[in-house]
Design a protein around this ligand. Structure first.
Ligand SMILES: [Fe+2]
Ligand SMILES: [Fe+2]
Length: 269
């Protein structure tokens, strides 16, 4: 059984809108085609998430399937904010593609979508970060990994990629263009707005080479999310715990990991 957290946003809509937010599934699958050390690692990591989730009754994959079914049952749009799998193995990618086949959802990646091992591969000095970004775009053509917007009941519902601890310029441009329609806006991303790395203003990953100018663009978006009154709130994951936090008088929401069976039903009325 999923543990459903209920959040209601009052925007004075004519017709209510429902969203089901899930994040941090951490499916740990490896295929015989994966490196032997990755196959071993995935067996170990299953145990890590079982313990962190206090031995939930279902596997991450089962919870993911259950949340897809629940969204349909409730007539809610499913929004997934990353770390669907634990590391980028062939087994995990295939599992993810099988699970999303014929299903409708919005998706923004987390850091783990870009990692092939547990320590941050973004720190590896071999161009891995950029290579993985390009690879993932090819492997998951079902989604625009950097930005998607749906106008639902007079609300901009956005997924914006900040998985590598900054908002890419493309994401920021699309976000700013979207705001021009004047509609109230809700943004889903992986990293919470109070994340330390997201708030840094200088290079911090060996392998994510972005310029000072690009940092400025990323921070323009971060500031808008915190202070622009058109942005109602944000929903994120990453920390695996459910919490609410306030910035500049605005409440933001973090949803716990789906591997624990947690999801959030958002009703906008
Ligand atoms: Fe995670
Ligand atoms: Fe994360």
């Amino acid at each position: 059984m999923l543990d459903i957290i209920h959040t209601k946003l009052n925007l004075g809509l004519e017709k209510p809108v429902k969203l089901l937010h899930v994040t941090d599934v951490h499916i740990c699958e490896a295929s015989p085609l994966d490196e032997p050390w990755q196959q071993e690692l995935m067996k170990e990591r299953i145990g890590v998430f079982e313990r962190e989730g206090n031995f939930p009754e279902k596997t991450p994959e089962e919870f993911f399937k259950e949340s897809i079914a629940l969204a349909k049952e409730l007539g809610a749009t499913l929004v997934v904010t990353g770390d669907v799998y634990d590391i980028h193995t062939k087994g995990n990618l295939k599992k993810f593609k099988d699970l999303i086949k014929h299903e409708d959802m919005m998706f923004s990646p987390g850091g783990h979508e870009y990692q092939y091992q547990i320590v941050r591969t973004l720190e590896e000095p071999d161009g891995y970060g950029a290579k993985m970004e390009a690879q993932l775009k090819e492997e998951l053509p079902e989604f625009d990994l950097d930005f998607e917007v749906r106008q639902l009941g007079g609300v901009n519902v956005i997924t914006a990629n900040n998985a590598l601890d900054y908002y890419p310029a493309y994401t920021v441009n699309r976000f700013e263009e979207t705001l021009e329609n004047g509609l109230p806006t809700i943004v889903f991303s992986h990293d919470p707005l109070d994340d330390k790395l997201l708030n840094k203003t200088e290079a911090y990953h060996e392998n994510v080479k972005i310029t000072k100018e690009e940092y400025e663009v990323s921070h323009r978006m971060l500031t808008a999310l915190k202070t622009n009154p058109q942005v109602v709130t944000t929903f994120t994951g990453h920390n695996h715990v459910t919490r609410e936090y306030e910035i500049e008088g605005k409440t933001h929401y973090l949803t716990g990991g789906l591997f624990k069976g947690v999801c959030r039903l958002i009703e906008i009325v």
